[in-house]
Design a protein around this ligand. Structure first.
Ligand SMILES: Cc1ncc(COP(=O)(O)O)c(C=O)c1O
Length: 431
């Protein structure tokens, strides 16, 4: 941490809670003060202290093309020159909606919002309205944004901070939410046996990303589809991380399960604030102004954000984009696993297509309790060791590693080489 970042941090802390505008940025889980970024380009962040860092956080997922991709910057510049917000419909909204619909047939119709949180909040409102039921089933360790009703056993920053819920979320707000262990279909079946007629929806990250990456076990998503359909409940896929990230058509295109509603965010905004929810035609017809389910937004469908999203999806639609992303994810995940093994540091790597997490654990991680059993202290030392080597990985064990199309195999090799030194040091102090 350099002097300039330190000065900014001191000023920031005086002005903002924790000096940040989103909790995980504060390095609370790994200790120390956050660096401040002055600018970014390609796979790199440039700090206020003049350091260049290889970035595997990618703004927590959106920057799948890397930072300041020329096509995205040009699209934003063009859109800005044409006006930053209209408060009327615009062509750009139709163009992004059409791309998403083409990629995800289950998203028959869509509503743009400004964050993933807004998307999940709106999707559960719609699910409750459509079914006339109240109960929402979520999974322990899955995070769906800071929606009151979903702040139960959440992952991400909530996991990092060890907050089971949050003060300010009333008992009433979560009284219609039930959380069950991820990948535990038997627990879901038992819950439906008892309360199936009350369940409006099951909301799930089809690949969990907020307890670290935890892929669904075989049959889990299929089973959710069958159980929800049998009980007249809706299935909501929260693809805020996985949409256009694990594949162009999201996790739903890979697992072959068609959800009733899908929540999106991150990649579809190309680094600008965007979320979206969409799905079955009959359900989306219930949303205002066609239907009575009210949901609105001053900046929803913002032209800059729509343009950035469309430019991003156009690059991702080019041949080989996901193959390249997955090859790099495999190279990095395998490289880190081998480096840890060679040093004798216990590491379990969970990878789902293009995303992965290195868990400091000897045993498999299939749910949140297993993720929590990892050595968070070792993760913190790994994080700081990598940062000293000029590599920025997530400042928490419970997050994903995101490669971008701006990374390349040479950079990945250098990252793996850096990790060898870090693991060797971890092993020395362990023994
Ligand atoms: C799966 C998932 N859903 C929802 C959200 C909330 O999105 P946002 O931070 O844009 O509100 C996140 C954020 O990380 C997420 O990972």
């Amino acid at each position: 941490m350099g002097e300039r970042s330190h000065q900014l941090y001191e000023k920031a802390v005086a002005l903002m809670p924790g000096g940040v505008n989103s909790p995980v940025r504060a390095f609370g889980a790994v200790g120390g003060e956050p660096f401040f970024t002055a600018r970014s380009a390609g796979p790199y962040l440039y700090t206020e202290d003049g350091e260049r860092l290889v970035d595997y956080v990618s703004s927590w997922g959106p920057l799948i093309l890397g930072h300041a991709h020329p096509a995205v910057v040009a699209a934003i510049a063009q859109a800005a020159a044409d006006g930053t917000s209209f408060g009327t419909p615009s062509r750009l909204e139709v163009e992004l909606a059409a791309r998403i619909h083409a990629a995800m047939p289950a998203v028959e119709r869509i509503r743009m919002v400004s964050s993933g949180t807004e998307a999940t909040m709106s999707a559960i409102r719609l699910a409750r309205a459509a079914t006339g039921r109240s109960l929402i089933v979520k999974f322990i360790g899955c995070y769906h944004g800071h929606v009151d009703a979903l702040m139960v056993s959440a992952g991400s920053g909530m996991a990092t901070l060890g907050i089971p819920s949050s003060p300010g979320v009333t008992a009433a707000a979560v009284s219609d939410t039930v959380a069950v262990p991820y990948n535990d279909l038997a627990a879901v079946a038992e819950l439906f046996d008892q309360r199936g007629a009350e369940v409006a929806a099951v909301i799930v990250e089809p690949v969990a990303g907020n307890m670290g990456v935890v892929p669904p076990v075989d049959g889990f998503l299929d089973g959710l589809r069958q159980i929800t359909a049998a009980h007249g409940a809706l299935l909501i896929f929260d693809e805020v991380i996985t949409g256009f990230r694990v594949a162009y058509g999201g996790a739903q295109s890979l697992c072959g399960v068609r959800p009733d509603l899908t929540c999106l965010g991150k990649v579809i905004g190309g680094g600008l604030p965007v979320g979206a929810y969409g799905g079955r035609r009959d359900l989306m017809a219930m949303v205002a102004p066609e239907g009575k389910v009210y949901q609105a937004g001053t900046l929803s469908g913002n032209p800059l954000a729509m343009a950035a999203g469309a430019a991003t999806l156009d690059q991702l639609a080019l041949p080989d984009a996901y193959q390249r992303l997955e090859e790099m994810a495999i190279m990095l995940a395998d490289g880190l696993a081998e480096a840890a093994k060679a040093s004798g540091v216990p590491l379990t790597v969970n990878r789902a297509w293009t995303i992965f997490t290195t868990f400091f654990s000897r045993t498999p991680v299939r749910d949140f309790s297993q993720a929590q059993a990892c050595s968070l202290e070792t993760y913190a030392r790994y994080f700081h060791g990598m940062l000293d080597q000029g590599v920025f990985v997530a400042p928490s064990q419970f997050e994903a590693m995101f490669v971008s199309l701006a990374h390349d195999p040479a950079l990945i090799s250098r990252t793996v080489a850096a990790s060898r030194q870090v693991f060797a040091r971890l092993a020395e102090t362990q023994s």
